[in-house]
Design a protein around this ligand. Structure first.
Ligand SMILES: Cc1cc2nc3c(=O)[nH]c(=O)nc-3n(C[C@H](O)[C@H](O)[C@H](O)COP(=O)(O)OP(=O)(O)OC[C@H]3O[C@@H](n4cnc5c(N)ncnc54)[C@H](O)[C@@H]3O)c2cc1C
Length: 298
């Protein structure tokens, strides 16, 4: 059977830890290293364990650590989201809906209420699949992750976090403690859209996010970021498409050209959800759509 359809088997006996602080979680991770996995909601990890794709002997839960559960906004510094914050907490945050609507819109397109009640944004990123829905919007928002290990803390842009399917820059003893997003530039607007085989409860076949800053008269694109999901080994920026639009007045022709170039920048594969050729065409369609939909937002 294929990887995604593999038989689910009962979990073997595992020792599970429930630390109360990040420091405790990191020291457990250091102690058990390659034999341990941290988890938050477990919505990605447990199915993988049931398919025996991962066989950790020790699990370290992050969900009961109060210092990883917060959403904080400061005008100068922007937004900080603790790693144990659930997807539904993000979706329901009035502050995120107001200042980072692209993030709330993205989460509303993910999974189901039940999965969002326990699944986390950090888990979505750390699972490191190219189709992770939160990656493209976080990339265009310029988000970075705070990584905490036994010896050091460091920050890495979400854009540089992924190394390939199932691989990130995290080393075995590090965890993500928070997601940091800069304050939104004045007038910035963005949209994330995903294309799926089924209408709901489905991973993206293609996901596209765009976020741009118009000039004061709103007819020119001062800055734009476009990110693509599920069409390469890692979520990626469509930088050539961005260059086409930057510093120019928006026009149908220019948007069409940028969408075509974004499609050429994608590197999709044929798989169970769709062919590479179809995916490239969907990148073109969604890129055009996310820009057009963002333009009409207030
Ligand atoms: C029915 C169903 C529908 C789904 N629909 C979608 C969807 O529409 N879009 C989508 O993108 N995903 C979807 N998913 C996948 C999943 O729900 C999300 O990726 C979710 O955000 C994962 O969060 P979690 O907290 O459950 O991760 P977990 O399963 O707890 O962890 C996932 C991985 O990340 C690691 N990890 C978790 N937190 C940290 C941390 N703080 N630091 C370091 N490593 C960490 C774990 O070790 C594990 O390897 C779906 C899953 C299910 C079961």
């Amino acid at each position: 059977m294929g990887k995604t359809l593999g038989r689910l088997r009962r979990l073997p006996e595992i020792e599970c830890f429930f630390p109360k602080t990040t420091r405790e979680a990191v020291s457990l991770l250091k102690k058990y290293s390659s034999k341990a996995k941290v988890f938050a909601g477990g919505t990605d990890l447990l199915p993988k364990m049931k398919r025996r794709e991962l066989t950790p002997k020790y699990l370290i839960s992050l969900s009961g650590i109060p210092d990883l559960k917060f959403i904080k906004y400061e005008k100068e510094k922007g937004l900080r989201i603790g790693a144990a914050t659930t997807l539904n907490e993000i979706l329901q945050s009035p502050m995120i809906q107001k200042r980072y609507p692209i993030l709330a819109e993205t989460v509303s397109q993910m999974a189901s209420t039940q999965v969002r009640n326990i699944g986390t944004i950090a888990g979505n990123l750390c699972n490191a699949v190219p189709s992770a829905d939160t990656a493209p919007p976080l990339i265009v928002l310029g988000a970075q992750l705070k990584l905490v290990g036994p010896q050091r803390q460091r920050r890495v842009l979400v854009e540089d976090f992924f190394k390939g399917p199932d691989h990130t820059v995290l080393d075995r003893t590090e965890l993500v403690s928070e997601i940091q997003i800069p304050p939104p530039p004045s007038g910035a607007k963005g949209t994330y859209l995903k294309h799926t085989l089924r209408r709901t409860m489905e991973l993206a076949m293609v996901g596209v996010a765009a976020y741009f800053v118009p000039n004061s008269k709103k007819e020119m694109c001062k800055e734009i970021k476009i990110a693509l999901g599920a069409v390469a080994p890692v979520p990626l920026r469509a930088k050539k498409a961005e260059a086409i639009l930057t510093g120019k007045p928006f026009s149908d022709e220019l948007i069409e050209k940028a969408a075509q170039v974004a499609s050429e920048e994608s590197k999709p594969i044929d798989d169970i959800r769709g062919s590479a050729e179809y995916r490239r065409e969907i990148v073109r369609v969604l890129t055009k759509r996310v820009i057009e939909q963002s333009l009409v937002k207030g």
